[in-house]
Design a protein around this ligand. Structure first.
Ligand code: T4K
Length: 444
């Protein structure tokens, strides 16, 4: 491994290049070592209830299907043993943050994994978005989807930029390029596309608009770690792409995020910005912020990266299990991934049909009673959240598909707490509920 070298605040590097090198001395597992049991999770098989009729539902007085709750965002714990060994090493080294060796090692590995030259690790995806927005000098208005996590909009508003919400394509849940064109004004300086659920946005069409109107283009790739678009992994599209490493993400560092790009100058600027603008020990050349990732977070990242193929495989199996189990339930449709791309399969997103005999919110309520903590992401859309509803009350007029989709989506539990049997139990709850609602709606 080539050690990464550049200045860091208060410290000119002179010690061991990477933890990986130091680790050789203490015999850490190498990259080919089988990760410890990342799926070792007490929720697995905590259910044994058969659900075949309405009286079996917790909402009708039965025991919940699951003793422990099933979450949408149960964190993966990659290679636990490796993480603990890194932790010892970090504590012994007393180098805890400020662009330390494990952060640099993680950046190098993530850049390599995504085939880009630059990865700038940060303390959260939100800060990474804010820094990318600032480094690209966005101002005035920026076009974004409303159907996304609130952080995409906040990262703009926080910097005095107006998020102009454009509608989505109801088939992809991603920004509709035609709606983006309609949202442009003479104040527009950029577009932020979101690769929602890890399914990539309309990259070429958005790039064409950005080029035509001389706008900057950022992709919020918070859901899309390791995902590809026409065979190219995220990271290379637009001016830069932003990952989130929050605990609930496919790949996490407890909290964290990163900007990926092939633009070395942009990356250098963002490195400066995340470290208060320090260009040397006493030399501040920009009014920066603190966006740094800690060493312990990076250690979690390196440990998760080592187990990543197992996580993808497990997620894919769970997604396939949902696909099979939900096939015969009319009124529900599971969003598919393009099998010819790299996917992380982190989200199992179900859309209820227009003629579904029961409301989305009632379905979520029934699932919660079974300890199945399904989510209504990203209801009601950013434009309907108080800060933006107060500022831009007219925004809803141009967002019919955002409103429609956000009323119909349910995200089901995935990740290490799930196995095929739990998926089948979730599906049997849905089957009984919908069958029952179809014959006798008022009783459920
Ligand atoms: N852009 C997009 C498109 C995003 O989706 C996000 C974040 C961002 C930007 C910003 O990136 P960050 O600044 O967050 O790095 C969660 C996450 O907090 C958030 O990171 C994520 N998107 C969003 C989609 O989901 P919540 O509030 O809906 O979920 P939360 O934190 O309540 O957790 C979900 C479930 O996971 C719960 O049932 C509890 C369980 N859980 C959670 C944590 C933290 C665990 O079992 N263990 C845990 O440690 O936002």
């Amino acid at each position: 491994m080539t050690p990464v070298t550049y200045r860091c605040h208060n410290h000119e590097r002179g010690h061991a290049a990477t933890i990986a090198e130091a680790a050789t001395a203490i015999d850490l597992p190498g990259p080919n070592t089988d990760p410890s049991d990342w799926m070792n999770h007490k929720n697995i098989n905590n259910h044994n209830k058969s659900i075949t009729k309405r009286d079996d539902l917790a909402i009708n007085g039965a025991e919940p299907a699951f003793g422990d709750p099933l979450h949408v965002g149960r964190p993966n714990i990659g290679n636990r043993e490796l993480f603990l060994q890194y932790t010892e090493q970090i504590l012994d080294s007393r180098w805890l943050t400020n662009n330390g060796p494990v952060v640099r090692e993680l950046e190098e590995k993530i850049a390599e994994y995504h085939n880009v030259t630059q990865c700038v690790a940060m303390c959260s995806g939100t800060i990474a978005l804010e820094i990318a927005i600032r480094a690209l000098k966005l101002a005035g208005e920026v076009v974004v989807p409303s159907y996304t996590y609130i952080a995409t909009a906040h990262a703009l508003h926080w910097q005095g930029i107006r998020p102009v919400f454009a509608d989505i394509d109801p088939k992809t849940h991603n920004l509709d390029p035609a709606a983006v064109r309609r949202a442009l004004s003479d104040k527009t300086t950029g577009i932020i596309g979101v690769h929602l659920w890890g399914r990539t946005a309309a990259v070429e069409a958005l790039q064409a608009i950005a080029t035509e109107h001389q706008l900057k283009l950022i992709f919020d790739a918070a859901h899309a770690f390791g995902c590809s678009h026409q065979g190219t992994k995220v990271g290379a599209f637009g001016d830069c792409e932003v990952l989130s490493f929050h605990a609930t993400k496919f790949f996490h560092t407890f909290e964290g995020g990163a900007v990926l790009t092939n633009d070395a100058r942009l990356a250098e600027k963002m490195r400066l910005m995340r470290n208060f603008g320090f260009a040397g020990v006493d030399n501040v050349i920009y009014p920066g912020t603190n966006g740094k990732m800690t060493e312990i977070s990076a250690a979690m990242g390196v440990s998760n990266l080592q187990a990543i193929e197992k996580v993808v495989k497990h997620n894919h199996q769970i997604h396939e299990a949902y696909r099979q189990a939900l096939t015969d339930i009319s009124g529900l449709k599971l969003l598919e991934f393009n099998q010819s791309e790299s996917n992380n399969y982190q989200y199992a997103v179900v859309e209820i049909s227009e003629d579904c005999p029961i409301s989305r919110d009632r379905i979520v309520e029934v699932l919660h009673a079974e300890n199945i903590l399904a989510r209504r992401y990203f209801w009601p859309g950013c434009h309907n959240m108080k800060p933006y509803r107060d500022l831009y009350p007219e925004a809803n007029q141009s967002l019919p598909f955002t409103e429609q989709v956000s009323e119909r989506v349910i995200v089901l539990p995935t990740g290490p707490c799930m196995d095929r049997a739990s998926v089948n139990t979730v599906a049997s709850v849905l089957q009984v509920l919908l069958d029952d609602a179809a014959v006798d709606q008022p009783s459920v």
